[in-house]
Ligand binder design. Sequence first.
Ligand code: DGL
Length: 271
Amino acid sequence: MPALQPIGVFDSGFGGLTVLREIRRLLPHEDLLYVADSAHAPYGDKAMSHSETRSVAITEHLLEQGAKAIVVACNTASGAAAQLLRTRYSVPIVAMEPAVKPAVERTRSGVVAVLATRQTLASQTFSVLLGRLGQGVEILLQPCPGLVEQIEAGDLNGEHTRELLAGYLAPLIARGADTLVLGCTHYPYLTTLIEELAGPGVQVLNSGAAVARQLQRRLSEATLLAPRQAPGRERFWTSGHPAVVRDLMTRLWQAEISLEHLSSGCMLEAS
Ligand code: DGL
């Protein structure tokens, strides 16, 4: 029965776990598959074709595992590949969109800042999103190279992470930004630190919960919600070395996980 099939979720690494957490909260009865493409992270500083190739390879893997829907839990891959995935596959494809719209509605200073990878900020999808928003609010764009690597290394609060973040945030706060959009699914792991460095009166938004709600809507419309009361299970893959990745992934997911290596069929080299 298709409705009992799992939901496939992926990211370049651990960032998508922040989205998986919201999906688990909202949809406790669904089985969830998660791929961390750790061997190919970060996507954000590479060519868009890299994210595209990897997104296709991972989606193929998740569909082979029976996924009834795919969540691209990575803003960078969403900008590079969501349209392509939608034209290629018939299952619902749910993608990330930085929370710029709610930020524009909530700002009081009239200055909003978006923190994301270089690739996300340069994508056509992101330009279209900015173009749809009304005038009157200044939107600052801040690429944050190095942050994904810090999170992949498990450094959520160390000296180098703090220095990097402080350097990115200071000019935004100086220009009056009172609303910060986390346009990369890794960054919610730094929310506490960002709030501390940005100071009082600055709100920090991410779109994980909105994407979980969008997934629920899409599944409901397609009558694909799991019709059962038993708790759903999770299954995890990494393209990195499971022995290296397991500890940090367990720490971030806050539960013991079963972690498998991504099969060689999915290890297509990105162009
Ligand atoms: N979590 C990805 C995103 O949302 C990180 C991108 C990367 O690997 O650079 O953009």
